[in-house]
Design a protein around this ligand. Structure first.
Ligand code: ZN
Length: 360
């Protein structure tokens, strides 16, 4: 018996036994759920099976719960009302992509308007980011595929996996994330612990966020990179680790010195653009008092000519140059939120682009 080729190329690379499990899960859930749902595709079934140790029964139970949750709360329509009410309430935002094309989310405690959050609002903000992160990965992958097709015609000798050949160290991680062969599916979270307070590292909030990720986004969290982790982060981590599944708890990496940026596996994740952005963002967020341009991280920075100090390129806290170019400045603010498949950046960035926000 041969498996029917799936639209999800990762499924086609699985052993036959697992491909059959993907098909069996999809058929079982379709039968039980009784409705068509775009979310229920081979890639989703594969992630649920992988997330539940390839147990058909467990994957079916949890996938059914997610389908009902999605139908009930419609997470793809969420924004973060808390940030709309209080600009910068949450500083976590997508700032780009890693070497493997995975969504990179960054947050700094010093940039948050408040260091006291409820679990509800943290979940709201996080789900908004996660849903939009998936959209950006899909959009970027398909755009690159289209461009590569054009280049193939014009330059048949050009290597399709150009970045792989330049960064062999990344190829091991790319094999996990499917760079250049599959739509990337995971997020990388960069957590700058500078300014972390006891209130902000409430384990109940971390537990609420990780529960949502664990229950409804299995196999989506790729790596968490922490910057400047002090004793509070170590304290919080010890508490959070207890409630995390082992697969999630093993994803943490630390950067506590300049040298750490150059070590594997961090340099396997960060390409040069991302590394330079994170280093400069981290440096500016350690300045006292915090510069207004960092506090109002959603604002488009003034062009170099308006800077008194020098004409060097200005750091943009909204994200890496390529992310800002493709997903911030290219945003159609009038249409933003109407197309459910289009990526939206941080809610305050959208407000700023639309001229609907003031500085704080
Ligand atoms: Zn928010």
């Amino acid at each position: 018996m041969t498996a029917i080729l799936s639209k999800d190329s990762r499924c086609n690379r699985l052993p036959l036994e697992k491909q059959q499990l993907v098909t069996a899960l999809k058929e079982a859930v379709q039968k039980q759920y009784g409705e068509e749902d775009d979310f229920l595709d081979d890639a989703t079934c594969r992630r649920y099976l992988a997330g539940y140790k390839w147990s058909l029964e467990q994957a079916q139970t949890h996938l059914m719960k997610t389908l009902r949750w999605r139908a009930d709360v419609k997470p793809e329509t969420w924004t973060c009302e808390f940030c709309l009410e209080t600009p910068g309430q949450h500083s976590m935002r997508q700032i780009g992509f890693d070497r493997a094309g995975r969504t990179v989310l960054y947050t700094s405690f010093v940039q948050c308007a408040s260091n006291s959050f409820s679990a509800e609002e943290s979940v709201r903000h996080m789900v908004f980011l996660l849903e939009n992160g998936v959209r950006s990965m899909q959009h970027r992958f398909h755009t690159k595929q289209q461009n590569a097709s054009v280049q193939d015609v014009e330059e048949p000798a050009a290597a399709q996996d150009d970045t792989l050949s330049n960064h062999s160290a990344a190829s091991s991680s790319s094999s996990q994330t499917g760079r250049h062969h599959h739509v990337p599916e995971q997020w990388v979270v960069v957590l700058d612990c500078t300014g972390m307070t006891l209130a902000a590292c409430n384990p109940r909030i971390a537990s609420a966020v990780t529960a949502i990720i664990g229950n409804h986004y299995p196999e989506r969290l790729g790596t968490v990179v922490t910057l400047n982790a002090g004793y509070l982060m170590r304290y919080a981590w010890a508490a959070i680790k207890v409630v995390l599944p082992a697969t999630m708890a093993s994803k943490l990496q630390f950067i506590n010195s300049e040298a750490d940026y150059r070590k594997a596996p961090v340099c396997d994740v960060f390409d040069e653009e991302l590394r330079e952005w994170v280093r400069e963002e981290e440096r500016l967020n350690r300045v006292h008092p915090l510069p207004d341009s960092q506090r109002n991280f959603w604002k488009r920075p003034l062009p170099p000519a308006h800077n008194a100090d020098n004409a060097a390129p200005v750091h943009d806290p909204r994200g890496t140059p390529s992310y800002v170019r493709d997903y911030v400045e290219a945003l159609d603010v009038d249409q933003s939120g109407k197309d459910r498949k289009a990526h939206q950046p941080h809610p305050n960035i959208i407000q700023d682009l639309a001229g609907r926000i003031t500085t704080v």
